[in-house]
Design a binder for this molecule. Sequence first.
Ligand SMILES: C[S@@+](CC[C@H](N)C(=O)[O-])C[C@H]1O[C@@H](n2cnc3c(N)ncnc32)[C@H](O)[C@@H]1O
Length: 387
Amino acid sequence: MRMRKKKNLSSRMDACGALLVQNPAAEKGRWRAHKPDAALLRLELGCGKGRFTAETAAAHPSDLYVAVERVPDAMVIAMERCRALGLTNVLFIDGDAAALEQYFAPGEVDLIYINFCDPWPSVKHSRRRLTHEGFLRGYRRVLREGGQIQFKTDNRALFDWSLFQFPKAGFSLSQVTRNLHEHGIQGVMTDYEEKFHALGTPINRCVGTMGPLPDVPLPDGLARRLPDWELRPVDGSGTDAVLALLQSDPAYFDLEGRQPTAQSLRDDMALLPPRCMPEQKRYLALWRDDAPQAVLDLVEGYPRERTLYVGFFFLSPALRRQGLGREIMDAVLQAAGDAGMDNARLACLLNNAGGHAFWRSLGFGDLRRGETIGEHSNPVWEMERLL
Ligand SMILES: C[S@@+](CC[C@H](N)C(=O)[O-])C[C@H]1O[C@@H](n2cnc3c(N)ncnc32)[C@H](O)[C@@H]1O
């Protein structure tokens, strides 16, 4: 939040001194001493000017409410609001959501609010989003088992991306809506929410409930289930060898109507389904005997949060008809299940009868006819399988 420097900031902060916790690390594990009868400890990250803070704390006088904000110029307004209402159950931390572990003991927090956090639209900054898997895993260290994160945003792209982050950090989703106020105002509004709602922007909201962490992230599960293969991301190095592998089967690419080139490989490495982020995609080569023998393009969380999308699977012609393709795909599907996915989807070229029979034998069924994404679209069977 960019704000003009507030005049008299320090005197205004001093006037609200009773609400500001000067040394939050000293309160770690002792927050409830501020309100021994507190039923819940509610924590808000990035409270801004605090309309939501003041109204929610006022609505729950029997709970302790702690608001974290790293811009004092905004926080002082939130503190003044709470002071004006005479609230005694609210405390403020002039600090960083990334440092919660320093402020709270494990399990000390019951509920976390993240409202209209900065979207950091550039992919290279995605780790700074307060709903990034890394942050969510950090919140786990202070939330009690079964505790909740309530998340609201006007930013649809951030919301869709966040829905994919929650399950990866072991939070099950509920109350997912992309138009919270469709049938009238729901709950307490934040300052940002009021502004965006007035402009007609739909508000997205979801609740994440903390459960066990997904057992094994997909790359780890794959490595574990394919011990005889070396899994290497196809990035800068090794792409020549991968291209040579693909070029060893011109008949397959005749079906697509284009032969692989260095450029088409680069395009495929970067190609993403709609609304997906690069970190959802794994473009992998399976190496054995110092050469890539198979290529996999997997997208986690497309088109739904718990779906693995198999964008491409290619096995060296020399290794076919030995059960290896089935072995590799069985491992992929099992690893996807271990990573918390509940179904898999793919698109099989309509003219690829052999491929279609292969996927059917693996338990995939036809969903509908469609088109491949990308520059060269081809008619396909969209296929699905539950895991
Ligand atoms: C877009 S504003 C939203 C404010 C308020 N939640 C609302 O909905 O009106 C985001 C707020 O989060 C704060 N913020 C962003 N990252 C933060 C972090 N890592 N720790 C604490 N506050 C943060 C910003 O300073 C800003 O006040």
